[in-house]
Design a protein around this ligand. Structure first.
Ligand code: SF4
Length: 241
């Protein structure tokens, strides 16, 4: 799929519900997988298994997740009967990172080096075999995601000989719509949400937010808001302006 086809897909899918966008993607691409973060993007799993019960779903285990998130991943696996893939970082790379920088280097040096080893490298390996992937990005999540399109060519992970399409079915949904879906369909959710956590990532880099705070204020709170991407989506955001 090239840039022109992506443009056409965007026009066709303008104003479409997430389920329609997912159906379009799952019917169009055979080598496609859904990236599940262990948070409220579980709605995508719920929607996807109704369209394609054997949909490929993966999650990144950075080694630094909350115990609640590990339990939630297993609950989702059992609830939906899916073969949830859990991707791990390269052990030697993690050992080198910790040996050279320590276990909490992100507080001093920013999160990018740690995210590069624990998140981006395993993701890159998984995406190398795909034509498309599905994410739970939403425009209302942060200033850095305000321009997220429903379908895009992945500027960060496409290869010269293999374009990768990124599908963001929830781009136009609000947090309130996501939670209305979770309640209406009795979808399981991460226990941390009941304790004030909204956007959930790694344990050392996530904290609860107050009702008036934006959800991404609970992530990497010691850094500037414009830096709050882990590298999974940063390339696309730069490309989208
Ligand atoms: S979110 Fe924090 S702990 Fe997790 S990979 Fe990034 S810097 Fe490391």
């Amino acid at each position: 799929m090239d840039g022109k086809l992506v443009e056409r897909a965007r026009r066709e899918l303008a104003g479409a519900e997430p389920q329609e966008i997912l159906r379009w993607a799952l019917e169009r691409f055979q080598r496609i997988a859904l990236s599940f973060s262990g948070a409220e993007d579980v709605v995508l799993v719920d929607m996807a298994v109704r369209i394609r019960p054997d949909v490929a779903v993966f999650s990144l285990d950075t080694g630094r997740l909350h115990p609640e998130t590990y339990r939630f991943l297993e609950r989702v696996r059992e609830h939906y009967g899916i073969a949830l893939e859990v991707l791990f970082p390269d052990a030697a790379e993690v050992e080198a990172l910790v040996r050279e920088r320590g276990l909490y280097s992100f507080y001093r040096e920013g999160h990018k080096a740690c995210c590069a080893v624990r998140k981006v490298a395993p993701l890159r390996r998984r995406l190398a075999g795909l034509d498309a992937w599905v994410t739970g990005q939403r425009r209302d999540q942060s200033p850095t995601r305000a321009a997220v399109p429903v379908v895009e060519l992945d500027a960060a992970f496409s290869q010269p000989d293999r374009p990768l399409v990124k599908v963001n079915p929830l781009a136009e949904w609000s947090s309130a719509q996501v939670w209305a879906y979770i309640r209406a369909h009795d979808v399981p959710y991460n226990a941390l949400h009941a304790r004030g956590y909204v956007s959930i990532g790694c344990e050392p880099c996530t904290r609860p937010v107050l009702p008036h705070q934006h959800e991404r204020e609970g992530r990497w709170w010691w850094e500037d808001a414009r830096e709050k991407e882990c590298g999974l989506h940063a390339g696309n955001l730069a490309a989208n302006g």
